[in-house]
Design a binder for this molecule. Structure first.
Ligand code: MSP
Length: 646
């Protein structure tokens, strides 16, 4: 029976669109998946979106739509992005899928029936603004860091998972399975959490505080805490408890996450599995963070790097190669477009691309574009080339399963560089001048073609598109996914006489000086000002005047204003725009209700109505965000309400 391989990414929150961090984890999962296919495994690759909880409700409210509509939209953006990065996942799970909801409720019931979930009252420090409990340690000078207010004491009854019972089991399990969590630094981090007493985990939220979640099957006054719901995706996607895929792929799973979500994966998840009577996962693999200018990516600083912008500017495989070559799995890495271009020019255009085009150009020129035979005995330089290639293959095999992607790539590049040196030292152009050297010339060209073929197979998990192009041009019809390590990296397997075809350069060089920055929005034409300031996004495509005219903008006067209960950002306004309109605006962090009364604003009057935190909004107030601040758009002198903006 073929061996099974199962890889997962975190399911991403739909409160932000995909950025380079999401792309990295997902591409790593893809590379591993393709590597295991190459090694003959039967594979299952899971990714998806995490769609419940406060964060999502808040993001939907900010966007002015209901959670359901919002999650459909952003989940769709993730789903549409992955094929454009050549991600080969087998399933895309959403926590709003009916099957997932059923499995979460099944597990909750099972754990509850086993007596591992209990009901209890919790007393703690609660910030009304954030709508959540804080621990003493999280407060700054006894105040909520977001609201600069002292939290109130609050009591709330909730359901708790007896996580504390599993503390010693988990410590023993980690001790007896040294690669349960890797690399070691993260295993140590989890062990150090476990040195403190483990508390029980609150796994419910009362519906009056949060209704966007999975109802507890034993008490519908509560929904499930988002992490208890989300983690279960890894088994619900396999059809737990009786799905065929579950039998095949659990527990051989390789979970992939970054260090930000180590605790839920290293502590909650294994104890949840244990309590549910499910075998512990095999490995948790934890990587570091991509940083921009030594810091976290930030929306307000305009440092969020969007993968599709980079793909558009530099090509998909250059982007994939860069991510895997530059970051040592487990450590943080800095991202810059300069570094990407450097790798593209040096490693891809120069080393790989050049070797491939030189080889094919010589095949064209000296042997009529057909794979020649080994017409003479191999000599020392070819033997050395084969030795080097065998060494690259060995390292590739060894490094890939232990996440040493950069080392695997470095080792493949040793062979590419050896081949470039081989061409320079053997000088096929000299052999071509001597008739009696013809057999040797054929052998040299055949050796180079073989090396390129094997290299295509080795780079295929990283750069499937490039591998495919290389194979096609070498006259091989099978696609990258059909490659198998044993036969497709064997020296000499090319078909003699097959036509090869030169084609264009695999990776044209890029001159950074004449290249516009890829982000933001690479395709939009940019003025000098827009290009120079990272906070100013690129311009949208032009639209006809008629289209603009369809947006009905009106001057209005605010008659009433009040804060929307339980919301940090929203105000409910009654605005006179020739008629009285109720508009919900996300401006509460910058304007108080009192400040708003009597103000003139500009309203989009023909926007489809939307419900925000249960309140209907019939229009939208225009404002400009400038860094942290939001400023309302208004007229320079007062005008009569209802006048059109044109
Ligand atoms: N929804 C949870 C995960 C639930 S899994 C059962 C979540 N979502 S998230 O959208 O915040 O994604 C976090 C993950 O995105 C990280 O663990 C990592 O995989 C990826 N990254 C986000 N930012 C990153 C970087 N700056 N660098 C590298 N990866 C990062 O947490």
């Amino acid at each position: 029976m073929t061996k099974a391989f199962y890889v997962t990414t975190p399911i991403y929150y739909v409160n932000a669109e995909p950025h380079i961090g999401h792309a990295y984890t997902t591409i790593v999962a893809d590379v591993l998946n393709r590597f295991h296919r190459l090694m003959g495994y039967e594979t299952f690759f899971l990714t998806g979106t995490d769609e419940h909880g406060d964060k999502i409700v808040q993001a939907a409210a900010d966007a002015g739509v209901e959670p359901r509509e919002y999650v459909d939209r952003i989940s769709g953006v993730f789903r549409d992005t992955w094929p454009r990065l050549n991600i080969s996942h087998d399933h895309f799970i959403r926590t709003t899928d009916a099957d997932h909801v059923r499995t979460v409720q099944f597990i909750l019931r099972k754990v509850h029936d086993a007596g591992e979930i209990y009901f209890s009252t919790y007393r703690g420090l609660y910030c009304v603004g954030c709508e959540r409990f804080y621990t003493e340690r999280e407060l700054v000078d006894g105040k909520c860091p977001d609201h600069d207010k002292e939290p109130i004491e609050r009591e709330e009854a909730n359901y708790f998972f007896r996580m504390s019972r599993y503390q010693s089991w988990l410590i023993d399990h980690i001790a007896s399975h040294p690669d349960f969590i890797r690399p070691e630094r993260y295993r140590n981090e989890v062990l150090s959490f476990l040195r403190e007493p483990l508390e029980d985990l609150c796994i419910s939220r009362p519906v009056e505080r949060l209704s966007w979640g999975i109802p507890l099957p034993f008490d519908d006054r509560y929904v499930t805490y988002v992490w208890f719901d989300a983690l279960i995706n890894y088994v619900s996607a396999l059809g737990y408890p009786d799905g065929e895929a579950y039998g095949r792929y659990w527990p051989v799973v390789q979970h992939l996450v970054a260090k930000d979500i180590l605790k839920p994966h290293g502590i909650y998840w294994p104890t949840m599995l244990k309590a549910a009577g499910i075998a512990p996962y095999r490995h948790l693999n934890v990587h570091g963070y991509w940083k921009i200018d030594d810091g976290k990516m930030s929306k307000s600083k305009g440092t969020v790097v969007r993968p599709l912008d980079l793909v558009e500017a530099y090509g998909l495989d250059a982007f994939r190669y860069f991510l895997l070559r530059e970051m040592v799995f487990g450590l943080d890495a800095g991202f810059s477009e300069e570094a990407l271009v450097q790798r593209l020019n040096a490693d891809l255009a120069n080393d790989l691309g050049n070797l491939f085009s030189r080889t094919l150009a010589m095949t064209d020129k000296y042997v009529d574009g057909r794979v020649p035979p080994f017409a003479s005995e191999l000599q020392a330089p070819e033997k050395e080339l084969i030795r080097q290639l065998e060494e690259s293959k060995r390292q590739f095999r060894e490094e890939m399963p232990r996440f040493g992607f950069h080392k695997a790539l470095m080792s493949i590049w040793e062979s590419l560089n050896a081949a470039n040196r081989y061409i320079d030292s053997v000088g096929p152009w000299n052999l071509a001048k001597q008739q009696d050297q013809r057999p040797r010339l054929l052998t040299v060209i055949r050796s180079l073609l073989e090396l390129n073929r094997v290299s295509a197979a080795l780079v295929s998990p990283f750069m499937p598109e490039t591998a495919e192009k290389m194979l096609q041009r070498l006259g091989i019809s099978k696609g990258a996914m059909g490659l198998r390590f044993e036969e497709d990296t064997r020296w000499g397997a090319l078909q003699e006489g097959a036509s090869v075809f030169k084609g264009e350069a695999l990776f044209p060089r890029i001159d950074l000086k004449t290249r516009k920055a890829a982000q933001p929005a690479a395709k939009a034409p940019q003025t000098a000002a827009a290009g120079a300031d990272p906070d100013i996004p690129g311009f949208e495509e032009t639209i006809p005047f008629e289209l603009f005219q369809r947006v009905d903008l009106r001057a209005g006067t605010v008659k009433q204003a009040e804060a929307v209960p339980k919301s940090r950002k929203l105000l409910r306004l009654m605005v006179d725009i020739g008629e009285e309109r109720q508009v919900v605006a996300g401006i509460a962090q910058d304007y108080t209700p009192e400040e708003m009364i009597g103000r003139q604003v500009i309203v989009v009057a023909n926007l489809q109505p939307a419900k925000l935190m249960g309140i209907e909004s019939h229009g939208m107030v225009l404002a400009v965000r400038d860094g942290e601040k939001l400023r309302l758009v208004t007229t320079e002198q007062p005008v009569s309400p209802g006048r059109r903006v044109s």
